[in-house]
Design a protein around this ligand. Structure first.
Ligand SMILES: Cc1cc2nc3c(=O)[nH]c(=O)nc-3n(C[C@H](O)[C@H](O)[C@H](O)COP(=O)(O)O)c2cc1C
Length: 183
């Protein structure tokens, strides 16, 4: 696959086969995240690779949250369904905002840096013939997840699921940059 194809064929994968993702593939995806640019090279990312039990527990917590909040119109239930078939799930954290820096000037740059890392991970998954999806719905139960995993010094950014997608998702309609120019 050439670079353009990797970029244009990346889609958020929502249903996965039973194929097992190897540790080598996970390592390659994480290392690609670590190659991303970051503000002042702070590399603010941290990763927590969930085992099956932890992944399933977080999925159950999301289903539970959805049941307890019937009036909220969110995608939490759909996100929990996606976690069910995903082979691996990683929680992504920022090591800056909550902990040592506590510097408001770092906040936005670090979020941007994390976005760069996460996109690198998404593209590497495509390169390996895999699919992934970024999951910010975990933030509905951010504190519960952090407590469950024993994380207190880092700020939760999102979940990230990886697997072998069950089919090739058709391209999603994306805006044309020409319609987005401000000048
Ligand atoms: C910051 C961010 C958070 C997201 N959170 C979720 C989520 O919690 N659940 C989900 O199903 N998809 C989530 N997505 C995936 C988006 O729904 C998806 O990227 C969007 O619909 C565009 O589709 P595509 O990725 O296939 O191009 C998220 C994507 C981003 C970039």
């Amino acid at each position: 696959m050439d670079f353009d194809e990797i970029i244009t064929s990346r889609r958020s994968a929502r249903v996965f086969t039973n194929d097992v993702i190897s540790n080598k593939q996970i390592e390659k995806i994480l290392q690609s995240g670590c190659s991303a640019p970051s503000a002042r090279n702070r590399q603010p990312w941290k990763f927590y690779i969930l085992n099956d039990e932890q992944k399933n527990h977080i999925m159950d917590m999301l289903f539970e949250w959805d049941k307890s909040n019937p009036k909220e119109r969110t995608s939490v239930k759909g996100t929990a369904e996606q976690i069910k078939t995903a082979n691996k799930m990683i929680m992504i954290y920022s090591d800056n905002y909550k902990s040592k820096a506590k510097n408001e000037n770092y906040k936005k740059p670090d979020y941007i840096s994390l976005g760069c890392a996460i996109e690198n991970m998404s593209l590497q998954a495509v390169n390996l013939g895999l699919g992934s999806c970024i999951l910010c719905d975990t933030l509905y139960i951010e504190n519960e997840i952090d407590e469950y995993l024993g994380i207190s010094d880092f700020e939760q950014i999102c979940g990230f699921i990886i697997g072998s997608p069950i089919y090739n998702y058709p391209p999603k309609i994306k805006k044309d940059f020409k319609d987005l120019l401000l000048n």
